[in-house]
Design a protein. Structure first.
Length: 123
């Protein structure tokens, strides 16, 4: 199985403006080890929910920054020269062009904010 096939990445935006998004219920209903849901658009960006366990492949985005905010669990972001560890209520931005990989040692839920043009698996 290739790396790309083990991820469930849904690019269809689930919620429109003025709709309530119940993140806790969405997290509870995620059953896969690596699930990424597109929640809503905000201007030129998309807000995504990732419920993950395990690691993503090394990749980069040439034209977009990527913001991660941990809701629960622990997210490790490997950069070429260091690893950043995030706990609940902590966030971190990976600038465009920086090679990175995300890992979650246990089930972790994360909000991501990125431009709508981003390819989630990397350029």
């Amino acid at each position: 199985m290739s790396d790309y096939n083990k991820y469930s990445i849904d690019l269809e935006v689930k919620f429109k403006p003025l709709e309530i998004i119940d993140v806790s219920t969405l997290v509870e209903n995620c059953s896969k080890k690596w699930q990424n849901l597109s929640l809503c658009n905000v201007n030129d960006s998309v807000v995504r929910l990732a419920v993950i366990e395990g690691e993503f492949h090394w990749h980069k985005h040439e034209k977009e920054d990527e913001f991660f905010f941990v809701i629960e669990g622990e997210l490790l972001i490997d950069l070429e020269d260091k690893t950043v560890g995030l706990k609940p209520n902590q966030g971190f931005t990976v600038p465009m062009g920086i090679k990175h990989r995300t890992r979650a040692p246990t089930r972790t839920s994360v909000l991501l904010i990125e431009k709508k043009t981003i390819i989630p698996t990397g350029d």
